[in-house]
Design a binder for this molecule. Structure first.
Ligand code: NAD
Length: 264
């Protein structure tokens, strides 16, 4: 362990199980001395999140559906009963109908477009809006994005469009809150096998392609993401805001299939 987050309090949103990116981040934060609270989406997840939170010494485990304003208000009202201030918040949440994470983007329905934008984009702004009020001493807000925002990736479709909007919102939020010492950043993670990722078509193929063609010739882990998050959430990131930090084994700099990559 280290003491990079000693005395700091952070809310982790989006923990579903021990494969979640939120879990890698939570472990890195706890290891750095942070006190943590967790929010989970629905009753079905509570029994998974309770023991994981306990493992990191946290008993603040609160429900929140980010698609619902009243539920978001309730989360922050609940949190205020435990803590008067908040130092950081991690938003590791996204959603789209998996039937539209295959096939053609052009066939996206209006309903799923709106839902994907609501849960995967607006919810971060809605969270930061509320977290800001508890960050009187400054703070750090973090969300998770993917390279499919910048370039066309197979099957990512409407989520690519949503992540592009999320990345733009990180920049606007960073400008709004910078004067108050609140930093807002994103991590663009390489493909990791999680519950959410299993909804994406041909995900195994995408992982193999990334492994063979990224400069580090491997996929990233939730531990890799956790370490980068620790930088952005702690004082190590004191000069960094509005940033999109790629934790993708360098894949985003590659312009062509590697000459040593096997045929797939
Ligand atoms: P995950 O399934 O473990 O986490 C997704 C979380 O979103 C779950 O905890 C789920 O409960 C939550 N969620 C969905 N709708 C919600 C709602 N309405 N209210 C509250 N919570 C809701 O998968 P993950 O891969 O760890 O995803 C976390 C973030 O990382 C997502 O934004 C995802 O797009 C992003 N990301 C994932 C990858 C990857 O390859 N796994 C790569 C880059 C970015």
């Amino acid at each position: 362990g280290n003491d990079l987050l000693a005395g700091k309090r952070g809310l982790i949103m989006g923990l579903a199980n021990d494969k979640s990116i939120a879990w890698g981040i939570a472990k890195a934060c706890a290891d750095a001395g942070a006190e943590l609270a967790f929010s989970y989406q629905g009753d079905a997840l509570k029994k998974r999140v309770d023991p994981l939170a306990a493992q990191l010494g946290s008993d603040i485990v609160l429900p929140c559906d980010v698609g619902d304003e009243a539920s978001l208000d309730a989360l922050f009202d609940n949190l205020k009963e435990h803590w008067d201030t908040l130092d950081f918040v991690v938003h590791a949440i996204g959603f789209s109908d998996k039937n539209e994470l295959r096939g053609r983007y052009v066939d996206t329905s209006r309903g799923n477009f709106a839902l994907s934008m609501d849960i995967s984009v607006y919810s971060f702004t809605a969270v930061v809006q509320r977290a800001e009020k508890m960050m009187s001493k400054g703070g750090s807000c973090l969300t998770l994005t993917y390279y499919g925002a910048e370039k066309v990736m197979p099957h990512y479709n409407v989520m690519g469009v949503a992540k592009a909007a999320l990345e733009a919102s990180v920049q606007y939020l960073a400008e709004d809150l910078g004067k108050d010492g609140i930093r807002v950043n994103a991590i663009s993670a390489g493909p990791i096998k999680t519950l959410a990722a299993s909804g994406i078509g041909d995900f195994r193929y995408i992982m193999k392609w990334n492994e063979y063609n990224s400069p580090l010739r491997r996929n990233v882990t939730t531990e890799d993401v956790g370490k980068a998050a620790l930088f952005l959430l702690s004082d190590l990131g004191s000069g960094t805001t509005g940033e999109n930090l790629h934790v993708d084994a360098g894949y985003h700099v590659v312009g062509m299939k590697a000459v040593d990559a096997p045929d797939m």
